[in-house]
Design a protein. Structure first.
Length: 436
């Protein structure tokens, strides 16, 4: 696949995936178009060899899998893992706030966003609304306002004492976006406005019947190429929707009949413990349905390999001292294998060797990352899934600058290089193995 085609598809994916729910829906659409059949966890399944399936949990996590022929149903699985959520600001259950003639919307901090980057940006809203329709049935709708409606203005430099700014924003007081002016907005109920604005998506929910929402602020500025020669990509939610897109695309494009599985979990940015997070029963429950016999399942998982995909820290030219001198991944120089002695990444010496062997076979360069000893290391869904399932796992990802900013940067060749490695992993004849 050509780099420009892939990047255009990535940009379209990012534009459509403005919340974890939307990311799951975008992937479900890609899978359906590629012939995957949707299954539901509250029903019995009758799985057939050589077929392709997917299942959603809470509309925000997704597992897709393809089955080999009838003789190979317990053969090794090639697994990919990503997360659908991104750090940001989530509307509080009762968002209406009023101050100094401003109507404002209260927000909670979701995960660890780089808060300074959320100021003075056009913000829109996307997520899920749940209520009762006119028949009294509980219904949920995904909504996306798409246009700028909120803003968190900075305090003017003339009104700020340096001491206050250097300490960073007050997380309770300084993050509340402005939404309207009370004097121009008679009915300043936020929900009233929201229903009018989303009438097409939610027409069946009357105002008094909204029960709850899960709405994320996001920056509607579309992703872009930049640099003298378009060397770079900037965009929102590259962590980890770049990986979601690459993995879903690679799975839909792998045509041969093999055992493959993709898991995209919600709630990674807040620790993964939830019904739809990587610490949930989701993957174990699905594997138990695919291979009901426990011993067969254990043998299969022991033969399998999981590549956990999440972005990696590229070296920053203004802050290169924040990287270990010998481990400074660069943009456009290949997927990064992430190592951590403390097991915050699931990569082991053996799984790293498997990835390097795969990369050689696909003629792709890789880079290695370890955190400096004097900085705390982030994590991914890799260690959780590896521990739960006993599956050999490696953590890799596209090199990225400004991780957790409202707008992150990666190299324009990085999505393709990651895709080529993953695609090779999914389609090569034999999964590389290591002696017991
Ligand atoms: Co991430």
């Amino acid at each position: 696949m050509l780099q420009t085609t892939l990047n255009q598809k990535l940009f379209e994916f990012l534009r459509q995936s403005t919340s974890p729910f939307h990311a799951a829906r975008t992937m479900a659409r890609m899978l359906r178009e590629a012939g995957f059949e949707q299954l539901f966890e509250d029903q019995r399944w009758s799985l057939q060899p050589e077929q392709r399936y997917f299942v959603l949990r809470d509309q925000a996590s997704l597992i897709a899998f393809t089955l080999a022929g009838p003789d190979s149903l317990t053969a090794a699985y090639r697994m990919l893992g990503t997360h659908t959520d991104s750090p940001g600001l989530l509307l509080k259950p009762r968002p209406d706030i009023s101050a100094n003639d401003f109507a404002q919307t209260g927000v909670e901090i979701y995960g660890s966003p780089l808060l300074s980057t959320w100021f003075d940006r056009d913000l829109s809203l996307a997520g899920r609304m749940t209520g009762l329709d006119s028949q009294g049935q509980l219904v949920s709708h995904l909504v996306d306002i798409q246009r700028p409606v909120l803003m968190i203005p900075s305090l003017a430099i003339h009104l700020d004492r340096n001491l206050e700014r250097s300490a960073g924003p007050d997380r309770q007081k300084h993050l509340t976006p402005i939404f309207s002016q009370n004097s121009t907005h008679d009915e300043h109920s936020f929900y009233q406005w929201l229903l009018t604005e989303t009438a097409e998506e939610t027409k069946s929910i009357p105002l008094e019947s909204i029960l709850n929402t899960s709405l994320f602020c996001y920056d509607p500025q579309p992703p872009a190429l930049f640099g003298a020669h378009d060397e770079f990509i900037s965009g929102a939610r590259l962590d980890n929707q770049l990986s979601c897109f690459v993995a879903a695309l690679a799975l839909t494009q792998a045509q041969t009949r093999q055992n493959r599985l993709l898991i995209c979990s919600n709630h990674e940015e807040v620790g993964s413990t939830s019904r739809s997070g990587a610490d949930s029963s989701f993957l174990q429950a699905i594997m138990a349905r695919i291979i009901p016999d426990q011993t067969d399942r254990q043998c299969c998982l022991n033969r399998s390999l999981l590549i956990s995909l999440d972005n990696a820290h590229a070296v920053h030219p203004n802050h290169s001292d924040r990287h270990d001198p010998s481990h400074q991944p660069q943009l456009n120089q290949g997927p990064v294998i992430k190592h951590n002695a403390g097991q915050r990444y699931a990569t082991s010496d053996l799984s790293a060797a498997l990835i390097k062997q795969l990369a050689r076979g696909a003629n792709i360069k890789t880079q290695d990352f370890v955190m400096r000893n004097d900085l705390a290391c982030g994590s991914t869904i890799g260690p959780r899934l590896s521990a739960q399932l006993g599956i050999r796992t490696a953590d890799i990802g596209a090199p990225t600058l400004a991780m957790h900013s409202i707008r992150e940067t990666t190299g324009s060749q990085d999505p393709l290089q990651l895709y080529q490695l993953i695609h090779h992993f999914l389609i090569r004849d034999q999964l590389p193995t290591i002696a017991h």
